[in-house]
Design a protein. Sequence first.
Lengths: 108, 119
Amino acid sequence: SSELTQDPAVSVALGQTVSITCQGDSLRSNYATWYQQKAGHAPVVVIYGVRFRPSGIPDRFSASSSGNTASLTITGAQAEDEADYYCHSRDSSGLRYVFGTGTKVTVL
Amino acid sequence: QVHLVQSGPEVKKPGASVRVSCKASGYTFADYLINWVRQAPGQGLEWMGWISTYNGDTGYAQNFQGRVTLTSDTSTSTAYMELRGLSSDDTAVYYCARVLRGDFALDFWGQGTLLIVSS
């Protein structure tokens, strides 16, 4: 079972803002990376190193962290943002890695 | 540009073993770690382990300890994942992914290899 917990699903109206959270004790001392995965495709990193976006990732994607919770925010969601999103971090031992349970984002 | 190309789909019987390959191109293979991740049908991502393609050091998720072996061959820029004692629970898409230097983010992924375990 994952040590990082995410809400299974969220929905957002086109052009509105949505935040996805990832909770776990290991996040108190480790930051999260975020991935977007569209059906039938490999995941794509959208945030790494706490809040950096790889080239090609729109600036509507941002991240933050507080205590045991990491968050990914999509400001002005677009239809193409509809996907599954996963957080990723070290586990509580610090020696291994773990993915969050995943959040399905639906853009209405 | 960076590419990770994985071997094709596999069908195995319970109890068998499988080896999946991941051939890298477009960068210096030994300069980056490789991770393996799997995804069962309709399920989330599951981290399996990492390998240093520089010196062969490895780290495995507890769920797979003793059942998975990661190796790499710098002469062919290829990483391998061997999983033994297969059961139907191992039916999944298996991905290799390169680790971003200085971080643990997985910046480039293979296309995935579907493994079906069925009697």
